[in-house]
Ligand binder design. Sequence first.
Ligand SMILES: [Zn+2]
Length: 281
Amino acid sequence: MDNILFGPAGYPTEARGNVKRVFQILRETGLNTLEYAAVHGLQTKEEKAKLIGELAKESGVSMSLHAAYYISLASRTPRVRETSKNRLVKALRFAPLMNVKRVVFHPGSLSGLTESEAHAVIKGALKSVWETAGEESSGAFLAPEIAGKLSGYGSVDQIIRLCQELEGCIPTIDWAHLYARSQGEINDKQSYLKILTEFEDELGELFVRNMHFHISGITFTEKGEVAHRPLGEDWGPDILPLIEVVREVGYTPTFISESTNPLQGALYAKFLFEELEKERK
Ligand SMILES: [Zn+2]
């Protein structure tokens, strides 16, 4: 992917669930990516999935998919581990229909395991998911996300390790989650660059060519994330320095806005980017 892309997480509410209208709105507003929200499980029928894929292609909108929130690969309950894996398998199989290139998911909580135990269980689960459906995904990646809560599996190190050790795996960097995890520390150019450099050093081209970001405002406590908030208002993280770093280094990430109004958040980020571009001219 050669361009920086901006888009919302989920259908804009203005589309009132009308899928054609969704892509119309994206075109009209100049947004070029969408993260399809299957956050309550992928209930889409094949027919509908194909329609989404076709509309995305026609509109030049690049697609990712957010798999179910309640995936818990290291759950204490074997049945939950199994359904969690199945949800990812299904998402990978649906990916080509929907023209989806990234299946974003939260690995789940540590479930009382030590970090290394959880790592082994989650890695094993993802390995089996990839062996089952990796070939059917048509180049779509599994994209585990940085966790917002400290009790969740998904620190920078953990996500890097998973992506190093597994086939078909790229990171999703949720900057709001990182901000919450770090108690507001990761919030300026220097710290953004440090994180990006770490990912690049460890994962190389695979990371650089497939950078996938989530952005939004957030509230947090010492345990991490509490709730997502709008971008550009009273809540951190400050994403202007992030966009500055991205431009200066020449990275080309996909920015997915998980702001409380995702469409508005995506347009805000795009606006910041365009203002910086103007300054350069
Ligand atoms: Zn996220």
